[in-house]
Structure formats: C-alpha cells, structure tokens
Design a protein around this ligand. Sequence first.
Ligand SMILES: CC(C)(COP(=O)(O)OP(=O)(O)OC[C@H]1O[C@@H](n2cnc3c(N)ncnc32)[C@H](O)[C@@H]1OP(=O)(O)O)[C@@H](O)C(=O)NCCC(=O)NCCS
Length: 165
Amino acid sequence: MSQREQKKAEAIETWNFVFPNQSNPYGNMFGGELLAIMDTTAAMAAIRYCGRTVSTASSERVIFKRPIFVGDRIKTVAKVVLVGRTSMMVRTDVFVDKGGDEGDVLSTTAHFTLVAFDDERNPAEVPELIVETDKEHKHHELAQQIKAHVGRREERIKHVVEKWS
Ligand SMILES: CC(C)(COP(=O)(O)OP(=O)(O)OC[C@H]1O[C@@H](n2cnc3c(N)ncnc32)[C@H](O)[C@@H]1OP(=O)(O)O)[C@@H](O)C(=O)NCCC(=O)NCCS
C-alpha cells in the first residue's frame, strides 16, 4: 500500500480595493461580494495544497466582525487548517489595511470546505496535513470543533432534510 504524502500548508494572500459597485446601499461592502473573494482565495489555497482542481462543498462560521467600506484596501489570507481524505477545510481571514499604527484590522473570518477531484471529477485523496506551530495547532483544533459541530447539526436536522428533499 502506498504511503500517503504529508505536507505543510501555505498561506495564500489576495489584495483588493473595495469599489462602489461592491457596496450595499449604506456604503458597506456587500457580504456576498466579500464571500466571493474569500471563496476564491480559499480555492487558491486548497489548489496549491493538493495540486488538483477543487470545488467548494460548504462554508461555515462566517463571522462579519467589522464592516468594510468603499475605498478600503483588504487583504484576504487563506490556509488549509484541517484535511479529511478528499476534503480540506480552509480558514479564510479578511483584514482591512488601515496603514499607520493601526495596521491590519481583522474584519471577517470563515471556514470553507473544499473537495479535491481527479480527472474524472471523482473526489481524490489529498496529502496529510503537517501541523507544527502554535498558531497552526490553534487553528487546527478550532477547525476540528467546527467540523464536529457541523456533524452534530446535520444529524439533528437529518429528518427535516429528508422530509423536504
Ligand atoms: C462537493 C461534492 C463533490 C461532494 O460530493 P459527494 O458525492 O458528497 O462526495 P463524497 O461523499 O465522496 O464526499 C467527498 C468529501 O466531501 C465531503 N463533503 C461532502 N459534502 C460536504 C458538505 N456539505 N460539507 C462538508 N464536506 C462535505 C465529505 O465529507 C468527503 O470528505 P472526506 O473525503 O475528507 O471525508 C458535491 O456535492 C458537489 O459537486 N457539489 C457542488 C460543488 C459546487 O458546485 N460548488 C460551488 C462552486 S465551486
């Protein structure tokens, strides 16, 4: 039996200027626009990690902590923090670049689960994640808790989902 590859995850950063057409009527950045940037950056991180094409299976625990305004510069940082056999959970943080003493201010955090595919679009095995630093352990543990929580939630609502599907 071949040994599963082990790998460290790389943090992927994307930068954006927030344009007026990305805002809601009150001048805040529209959440859907932000999620598109976060999902795309998460996909980049997952692709770099597994070297395959991927699709987003779910997004969890999206926390819009501080608003983002038109004209803000935003930095989105995504990194694989937990893997299953074919899926990867990617923590994605968005910071507003305030400059000066304030620096980067955390605005939004979400966890996306992406699935890797082979050439026939069947789920394909991803490398095992190497978790080393304190920060990586912290993020890994949070991701495990989110995954466990989602599992319990799905179990609780299973009968409703079955009834209405
Ligand atoms: C994501 C998708 C491939 C999963 O297909 P599936 O038939 O459930 O595949 P499997 O049962 O083999 O599961 C594959 C992996 O996905 C995970 N998965 C499936 N559905 C999931 C969900 N809703 N949330 C989190 N993980 C999920 C499984 O746990 C499994 O992970 P593991 O191998 O690490 O244990 C399929 O539902 C799909 O193609 N969805 C559409 C994706 C899409 O269009 N996204 C938006 C644009 S990118």
